[in-house]
Design a binder for this molecule. Structure first.
Ligand SMILES: [Zn+2]
Length: 279
């Protein structure tokens, strides 16, 4: 379908419903260059009334006869047929080729363009003990050629989607690496400071709490987090499991046997790095 076209259904005088593809020009409808006419006022070009397309409906301005339904170019653009593409189906264990299936049934005129590239998997060709019954039907091992011939949208093509998924995965891996880098540089800062001792009770920390993204605080007495206050940044490791030496704990943790905390003076860069874990 083209942008200036609509498809509509019209009931004929002998009560049949016909589907018509029409070109729209200034509200008027044309089929193969000729106006589409209603015969309420006559049967000749001069006497019959041309249908018009208005407010989403095809209507005869003379007798008020209306289309049963209108299918616009917009509908077509959003339809499954317009967005047809190949979906990965499985491996052919004989040829070891990847097989693809169409996402939607093609109209006959399109199917004949590509039918030579498809083969039909029948139930006796696949191991039905292994495959579900839906793994039967028309498949192709030549997705690029099918996509070319059907002029499938570039963003729906097999290779494009594969590449995009690979890129996304690579980006995710890079983010994880970046996060690990950040974390190890932060922990390095704390590795060279001593654990401050407290004579009576424990430090009660007040500030912005941010979990270690790889080992967050958990309810089993473990996990690590940071506390950013105006004066200090604390690195806190919960040490409250059965078998942990609770005597080492210098930080109070509500509902827990406590944690071991180390602190450094507030540093803007360090705080920013830790805050990056919140995203
Ligand atoms: Zn009419």
């Amino acid at each position: 379908m083209k942008e200036n076209e609509i498809k509509f259904k019209l009931r004929t005088n002998d009560d049949k419903v016909v589907e018509i593809l029409a070109e729209v020009k200034d509200k008027k409808l044309y089929r193969m260059g000729k106006p589409i006419l209603c015969n309420c006022s006559g049967n000749t070009q001069d006497t019959a009334t041309p249908f018009i397309f208005e407010d989403g409906e095809v209507v005869c301005p003379e007798c008020g006869r209306k289309s049963e339904s209108v299918y616009s170019f917009e509908d077509y653009e959003n339809s499954e047929l317009s967005n047809i593409h190949l979906k990965y189906f499985g491996i052919d264990f004989v040829t070891m080729q990847e097989l693809y299936k169409l996402s939607y049934t093609l109209p006959y005129e399109d199917w004949i363009k590509v039918s030579d590239l498809f083969m039909k998997l029948k139930p006796d060709m696949v191991d039905m003990g292994f495959f579900e019954p839906q793994y039967v039907g028309w498949v192709t091992s030549n997705p690029e050629e099918v996509e070319e011939r059907l002029d499938i949208k570039p963003e729906l093509r097999v290779n494009y989607i594969k590449e995009k998924q690979e890129q996304e995965q690579e980006q995710k891996q890079q983010e994880v690496m970046q996060l690990k880098d950040n974390l190890s540089s932060i922990l390095e800062v704390f590795s060279i400071v001593d654990t401050p001792q407290i004579v009576d009770g424990k430090f009660e920390l007040d500030g912005e709490v941010i979990d270690n993204p790889i080992n967050p605080k958990n309810m089993y007495g473990g996990g690590e987090w940071f506390v950013i206050s105006d004066d200090y940044i604390w690195y806190v490791r919960q040490n409250a499991r059965e078998g942990d030496n609770w005597n080492l704990n210098n930080v109070y943790v509500k509902g827990s046997a406590g944690a071991i905390g180390k602190k450094v003076e507030y540093d803007r860069d360090l705080a920013d790095k830790i805050r990056s874990f919140k995203r």
